[in-house]
Design a protein around this ligand. Structure first.
Ligand SMILES: NC(=O)c1ccc[n+]([C@@H]2O[C@H](COP(=O)([O-])OP(=O)(O)OC[C@H]3O[C@@H](n4cnc5c(N)ncnc54)[C@H](OP(=O)(O)O)[C@@H]3O)[C@@H](O)[C@H]2O)c1
Length: 416
């Protein structure tokens, strides 16, 4: 049976107005009543009509409501708002991965103490269902690995760059469509995907929140030329966040990868997110869907509201216990094959120098390609390595940076 829920929405941006529109649109949502909105200013894209608006978002908590929906983003004010709402006896729903990543342990414990629920389906992959699926439906499984393309803006930008659009134009389009985070630098520098994989690791592998320091890298250094050279080998570039059981430790990382164009993740373009999950009973499977935007995020938020309306007496999801927290395996000890891009002096002997540096670091080369001169006369050299340790690659990069004949070097890890 569905209970009626009285709702207060905090924040009045892309996601909040998208939720408001969807709640008002469908007769299926009749048991979900918006009582008030916390908006410090009007938003020209949405008229709340007769609904009460508080200019101070904290006033929402004092209303006669069952649930506060936190849609302001950021960490510290959101943390205060969620704790105050829980302390005032309100359930909380949030789409905010940053506050969950930074303060999730504390807030989930508080919800538990107060016999209330903190739900966050929309915080990872927007409406694409992953949170309640991991916590409830996969309960019988041991999850061994999750590989996720978890940032819709990044995938939108990379897919557009692959089709010849510039980084800047693609980012502006992502902002216009409401895909980008309130601070888009968190999309671009890999932090948003890192928050999300941290949350998934905590649910699936009982990892701590926030996870210890782990490798986070964004898409700032990816260029159109990388797509061209990758394409020669049927590869494309995606931003991937991975967590994996590694004995008593876990692997956790968030960075761009070269990936087979025809793989299930490699083939997902635009704002789509894809999450590949390996489990003991189900084997490997993929879920994919829109990972950002007003409609998709509203879908995730309404799924939490419906779950809450059905489970006021019992928990709508199983929370991690945060016991025996596994440590993160040092990134330098992980094995990858690499795409290495160098810009070198147009001079005899430079290719031999490049080969020598690889050899001195015990790195075997799978392919080495010298490309046409750039406009400034430098020569691009593209190298694909065999499987080696990250620490070996880092030493080679340091050696490259010490050579006057080598002007620039960068790597992209290849994900198998
Ligand atoms: N956009 C997506 O596709 C997407 C998908 C999944 C999850 N999310 C998450 O959803 C949340 C909201 O994202 P959004 O895209 O809707 O952001 P947004 O468009 O920037 O909206 C944020 C809203 O919160 C208000 N706000 C921010 N800080 C506040 C404060 N200290 N006090 C009062 N109001 C405050 C803003 O008011 P002002 O306008 O006055 O600044 C604005 O109304 C974020 O946590 C984001 O990570 C977004």
């Amino acid at each position: 049976m569905n209970h009626n829920l009285k709702i207060g929405i905090c924040g009045w941006g892309n996601v909040a107005t998208g939720l408001f529109e969807q709640l008002n649109k469908s007769p299926k949502n009749q048991s979900l009543e918006i009582v008030c909105i916390g908006a410090r200013r009007d938003n020209p894209i949405c008229d709340p009509g007769e609904i009460k608006v508080h200019r101070d978002i904290f006033d929402v908590i004092d209303e006669e409501i069952d649930v506060v929906i936190e849609l302001i983003g950021g960490t510290e004010t959101a943390r205060e708002l969620i704790s105050k709402a829980l302390n005032a006896g309100k359930h909380v729903i949030t789409a905010n991965k940053a506050v969950l990543y930074e303060h999730g342990n504390e807030l989930l414990k508080l919800a538990n103490q107060k016999n209330l629920y903190l739900l966050f389906e929309a915080a990872v992959a927007a409406g694409t269902p992953i949170i309640k699926m991991l916590s409830n439906d996969l309960g019988a499984n041991q999850v061994s690995k999750i590989s996720g393309m978890l940032n819709g803006t990044t995938n939108y930008i990379l897919s557009n760059m692959e089709n010849g659009v510039s980084f800047e134009v693609a980012l502006e389009e992502a902002k216009d469509r409401g895909y980008a985070e309130p601070d888009p630098s968190l999309d671009i520098n890999g932090t948003d995907a890192a928050h999300k994989i941290g949350i998934l690791a905590s649910l699936a592998l009982n990892s701590n929140l926030p996870a210890d320091k782990f490798h986070i890298e964004g898409i700032e250094n990816i260029s159109a030329a990388d797509f061209k050279y990758a394409d020669e080998f049927d590869l494309t570039i995606k931003h991937l966040a991975v967590t994996k059981k590694a004995g008593a430790q876990i692997e956790l990382r968030s960075h761009p990868v070269l990936i087979d164009k025809n793989s299930s993740l490699g083939g997902l373009s635009g704002v789509r997110n894809g999450i590949q999950i390996n489990t003991d009973l189900l084997g490997e499977f993929l879920i994919a869907g829109s990972g950002a935007g007003r409609e998709s995020t509203a879908s995730g938020l309404i799924s939490d509201l419906i779950a809450l309306s059905k489970h006021v007496e019992s928990s709508p999801m199983n929370y991690p216990e945060f016991k025996d927290i596994p440590q993160i395996k040092p990134f330098e000890s992980l094995d990858f094959s690499y795409y290495v891009y160098l810009e070198v002096q147009d001079q005899a002997g430079v290719l031999a120098l490049v080969s020598q540096i690889f050899s001195e670091n015990q790195i075997s080369i799978d392919k080495i390609l010298q490309k046409d001169h750039l406009a400034d006369g430098k020569v691009p050299v593209v190298v694909f390595t065999d499987l080696i340790k990250e620490s070996q690659m880092q030493k080679a990069l340091k050696n490259f940076s010490e050579q006057s004949e080598i002007y620039f070097s960068k790597i992209i890890r290849i994900e198998n």
